[in-house]
Design a binder for this molecule. Sequence first.
Ligand code: SAM
Length: 300
Amino acid sequence: MNLCDERNVKRIMSMFSTGTKKSFGQNFLINPDVPYNIAKESYEYHRARNGAKKSAVIEIGPGIGSLTQELCEEYDKVIAVEIDKTLIPVLEYTLAEHKNVTVINDDFLKLDLEKLINEELDGYEISVCANLPYYITTPIIMALLENARRENGTSYFTSITVMVQKEVALRLCATPKQSDYGAITASINYYGNIEKLFDVTPDNFLPAPKVTSSVVRIELYDTKKYEVKSEKMLHRVISGAFMQRRKTLLNSLSSAFSEIPKDTLGDIIERCGFEPTVRGERLSVEDFCRLSDEIFILKN
Ligand code: SAM
């Protein structure tokens, strides 16, 4: 079934008495080349890294199933998590011929990802692929990154291939010193490399969003590239450093760590090789790791 034919999309939605919901960020793809290319980018990279091992993909927000169909063609197993319960019967209908997909009706941000992986995907090499709902792009990517590693430090995921708004993609792919560089960029750099793949214009969606989208792929390191004393502290330092973008690193960190005297934080920043007047966007992931360890040692 061509799930990207605009007439088909409208027919299926009316058959199941449902419609696109802005509150769930629903913009469905209506050009079949787009889901085909997203799935191909995801799987070709996955296969190059994992060879012939059993492959699985987690999709967030399958909608009516256009990208899901393509993923079912490539991966051995597909887990699709959709928040909108009115789309569950739609997906049962549109994906009926694919026996390798499991649809879960849940809010991805409330899901116990580790439990899902242990119960459904034991023995599989896993990637993530999605046309993300734009209203929660950053929380979803952060949830994936913060749950990306097993206790032994190896990565659950090979890659995360997602479509996001173009301006968000610029932020995700920024390098230190660029104005778009932020907390999420530094976090991505800690877990892997990111590559921008291609742009998708608004006319490829129903309804058409106001802005252009981009597909990016985060390629996760198999094992830890950077060692820190506490990942929790690293996340706290990175998010604290960018909480108030116009402030200096010292002022931002002293708001985030009000329990530490400002002079002490200033000394730590200088020990890491920076002036206290530096801003967070100057620091690379290595710098954040050093800063995080210094603060961790001080507090423990
Ligand atoms: N994959 C489809 C496509 O490409 O045409 C739909 C993509 S649409 C941009 C985003 C999808 O994510 C919608 O189906 C929406 O209902 C779903 N969604 C929104 N918030 C979600 C959440 N918290 N957890 C799971 N799915 C969510």
